[in-house]
Design a protein around this ligand. Structure first.
Ligand SMILES: *Cc1c(COP(=O)(O)O)cnc(C)c1O
Length: 366
């Protein structure tokens, strides 16, 4: 068996120790004679799993007691609607900072649901290659919305806007537990699991209790009300049991490796290696501006500026990298070039192997 270095933006690589544990327990979980995939979500075997997953999220993210931790479905994208339907129920007005595809989609969804959306800042002028500086947000808003790490553009907030009494909502799908985060600064955080937590299928929501409303906007479906899920401890309907089980294991792996602080140290080392190489290279360059760079997603281009030639060279890069065991390096079409996603589970060895390949490729193709 040979494992590749997987730089996919999501679903993405998981810690090998976690996969091995899952494999060992596949046919018989903890003496039950069943896989976790097969058991009732109401069973006495599954209950401790979801309880431990919540306990571990609370512990690793230092979640204050007045916040609920929910395990939902529908991915990050369903949160675009849930946030608007539940938090936008008073004035019907919200502030969005537009930093790329995911922030734009969230704003568009809110608008479609009747929210008066104010885009208070945007980095569209430079193809979203930086994070606008908005230290303070004030106004007549039900909530303010940011995408903390922009998976496609490779940008990340190096500050948290001060919103005063306005609840701050953040999409942390691609940076959750990559470094410490002060949950108390936010009204609501959400993350689709398939980037940094687990396989696809569960969406983690951390919501301040006073924002769990009994009166979401008109015609909100039962399944899209946070109250439905909060009241039922994420068991209103069948939760994605197996994904939650893997998430719990990933939480323990993070704890063993130093928690959020340990992840930050590991991630900074990896990102520094790659950015330092890109910044010193005469063949490649990073597309995200310094001061806004993601630790998790690193898009980069070659110096080839002719579009047709660039497309050909990018294709060649991705193909030869895959042959060398470095997979899923194609860039997003909106940025072009390549993108290396180096989530928590990516090792420093993996990043070094990528750099070694890049250097060889540059020599052969420059
Ligand atoms: C991947 C991603 C999403 C979309 O997640 P789905 O689970 O596919 O709906 C939303 N926001 C960010 C920042 C992402 O990286």
């Amino acid at each position: 068996m040979s494992r590749v270095y997987n730089f996919s933006a999501g679903p993405s690589c998981l810690p090998e120790d976690v996969l091995k544990e899952c494999a060992a327990e596949m046919l018989d979980y903890n003496g039950t004679g069943q896989s976790v995939m097969e058991m009732s979500h109401r069973s006495s075997a599954f209950k401790p799993i979801i309880e431990d997953a919540e306990k571990m999220v609370r512990k690793l993210m230092n979640v204050p007691d007045n916040y609920k931790v929910l395990f939902l479905q529908g991915g990050g994208s369903t949160q675009f609607a849930m946030v608007a339907l539940n938090l936008g129920n008073k004035k019907g007005k919200a502030a969005y900072i537009e930093t790329g595809v995911w922030a734009k989609k969230a704003a568009a969804e809110a608008k479609a649901l009747g929210i008066d959306v104010d885009v208070i800042a945007s980095s569209k002028d430079k193809n979203y290659s930086y994070i606008p500086r908005v230290e303070k947000i004030s106004g007549d808003y039900d909530y303010a919305y940011i995408c903390l790490n922009n998976t496609i553009m490779g940008t990340h907030y190096e500050y948290i806007p001060d919103t005063g009494d306005i609840p701050l909502v953040a999409d942390i799908s691609s940076c959750i537990l990559s470094e410490p985060l002060d949950v108390s600064k936010f009204g609501l955080l959400f993350a689709g699991a398939q980037k940094n937590l687990a396989p696809a299928g569960v969406t983690l929501v951390i919501i301040r209790e006073d924002l769990i409303t009994e009166t979401p906007r008109a015609n909100t479906p039962t399944m899209l009300s946070y109250k439905t899920h909060a009241d039922a401890d994420s068991m209103y309907n069948t939760p994605p049991c197996y994904t939650i089980y893997v998430l719990d294991k990933v939480m323990h792996w993070i704890e063993k490796n130093g928690g959020a602080e340990g992840m930050a140290k590991r991630n900074r080392e990896k990102a520094d290696l790659l950015y330092n190489y890109l910044d010193s290279s005469s063949y490649y360059h990073a597309t995200a501006e310094k001061g806004s760079r993601s630790l998790m997603n690193v898009p980069f281009l070659t110096k080839e500026t002719d579009e047709e030639k660039a497309n050909a060279i990018n294709k060649k890069f991705v193909k030869e990298a895959a042959e060398a065991g470095l997979v899923n390096l194609a860039g997003h079409r909106l940025v072009g070039g390549m993108r290396a996603s180096i989530y928590n589970a990516m090792t420093k060895e993996g990043v070094q192997a990528l750099i070694d390949f890049m250097e060889k490729f540059a020599k052969e193709n420059a």
